[in-house]
Design a protein around this ligand. Structure first.
Ligand SMILES: Cc1ncc(COP(=O)(O)O)c(C=O)c1O
Length: 436
């Protein structure tokens, strides 16, 4: 562990008196008004004005006809994945998932909540490698996956850290193979993508679209999520499933499995107060990204990239990736990491340790799903084809694995929109000292 009082590299730098967060909630006061109104009018349940308002406002913002407020982004992803499974393969027995025995092509470098719903529905996630241009699903690897598993009909795709993926290529490939897309826009609400010359919001690019209002997201309800669609039938089905799947009868009558996934009117009140500040939060996050980009430009690292012509990220998290030659020696086990400090070099573990010692919160890049113990036996496809078993004890070389490389060399920087320019300057200085 770095001891900043003993390590001469950090001489003269003081820790922050209070923590600088990776990305924490930013309340503005309006949230209180809508929560109070819900309590005063006794709409303290999973129905009420706040829910109606946020569904209308977010649907308008994103450009989808219908929105259904849910308890979490994970709930939205589950029901979106289940809808896709039902459309493709029919209704399942109550004790069986809709994707039983089916493969689903999934983003690899993402939070596991994106793709766990495939397992909830008894499907098998096939992880698709990542590209370096936007850190999202690689269309070339997706093409390979369709060559290897041509019967596959579903793709689950996330936009990492608020940067849209290569949707034009991915949509074309999906259409060629008659596949549906579940879009996980949990991290990217407010990010835009130029699809066939027209700017559209992430959260409207899939056949089934999901966002999150988790506490660390660009706007928050403390929790909460939303399913977005142009299909009234799908919206109605998600509403029904999320409220225990009650049939039209005087008693509780059930013909299909239900869930308790509906959003609370209290949580929706917080979100209602946040929506007017979405664009302001994005502007603050963009300024943070630009400040890092300028402040770190003399170091052997690059910011997380995006396509300036085709996308406008929401800059939810500012990240960077160290140049290969600038990495000191480092290894990671399942639960811990070691490195050997070296002048002129560093590594994500060292930088994150230094930031933590100064009371600033960073984070490693999402550990790819194909490397997670729980999914180690699942297929992984790269732009070269099968990504498993690529090395050979007797022949040099091992094939590409972009996700593993991003995980090894990348990190998420403190990106809280309440961070002051002075605090950010100190963070930039700490990162410089790591390379001293
Ligand atoms: C990419 C991604 N997908 C899904 C989720 C799950 O959302 P929630 O926490 O609202 O369930 C998150 C974040 O929490 C996320 O970052």
């Amino acid at each position: 562990m770095i001891d900043i009082r003993k390590d001469p590299r950090f001489r003269g730098l003081e820790p922050f008196p209070s923590r600088v967060w990776l990305s924490s909630p930013t309340m503005h006061g309006d949230e209180q008004r809508w929560v109070d109104e819900a309590i005063q009018t006794n709409w303290v349940s999973t129905v009420g004005r706040n829910i109606d308002e946020i569904e209308k406002k977010i649907a308008d913002y994103v450009g989808c006809r219908y929105a259904v407020g849910l308890s979490a982004g994970t709930a939205a992803l589950h029901l979106a994945t289940k809808l896709a499974g039902e459309r493709l393969y029919g209704q399942a027995r109550p004790d069986c998932g809709t994707l039983a025995g089916r493969k689903v092509f999934c983003s690899d470098v993402t939070f596991d909540a994106s793709i766990n719903p495939v397992a909830y529905e008894d499907g098998e996630a096939v992880f698709i490698d990542t590209e370096y241009d936007t850190w999202n699903m690689d269309p070339a690897a997706l093409e390979k996956a369709f060559e290897m598993y041509p019967d596959t009909k579903l793709i689950v795709l996330a936009h990492l850290y608020g940067t849209p993926g290569k949707m034009e290529e991915i949509r074309r490939i999906a259409d060629e193979h008659g596949a549906l897309i579940v879009e996980d826009a949990a991290e990217s609400l407010g990010a835009k993508y130029r699809l066939n010359g027209r700017w559209v919001e992430t959260g409207s690019l899939g056949d089934y679209n999901c966002i999150s209002f988790n506490g660390n997201k660009i706007i928050t309800g403390s929790a909460g999520g939303m399913f977005l669609t142009d299909s009234q039938e799908d919206a109605n089905k998600v509403r029904k499933w999320s409220t225990q799947s009650r049939e039209d009868a005087p008693w509780y009558q059930h013909e299909e499995i239900g869930y308790n996934y509906r959003i609370s009117n209290i949580v929706a009140g917080v979100i209602r107060g946040q929506i007017p500040y979405l664009d302001e939060h994005i502007a603050q996050k963009r300024a943070i990204y630009r400040r890092y980009k300028a402040g770190l430009k003399d170091l052997p690292l690059r910011m997380n990239p995006y396509d300036e012509e085709k996308s406008s990220p929401n800059f939810w998290l500012s990240c960077c990736i160290l140049d290969p030659d600038a990495m000191c020696r480092t290894v990671r086990g399942d639960n811990d990491a070691l490195y050997i400090s070296e002048s002129g070099k560093s590594c994500p573990t060292e930088i994150l340790e230094a930031l933590a010692a100064f009371r600033a919160e960073g984070r490693p890049v999402w550990k790819p799903m194909h490397m997670q113990p729980i999914y180690r036996t699942h297929p992984f496809v790269t732009a070269e084809g099968n990504g498993r078993g690529r090395s050979n004890a007797y022949i040099k070389g091992g094939g590409i694995d972009v996700g593993a490389d991003l995980f090894r060399r990348g990190l998420c920087l403190p990106s809280d929109n309440k961070m002051t320019p002075e605090q950010q300057d100190r963070i930039i200085e700490i990162i410089h000292r790591c390379f001293a």
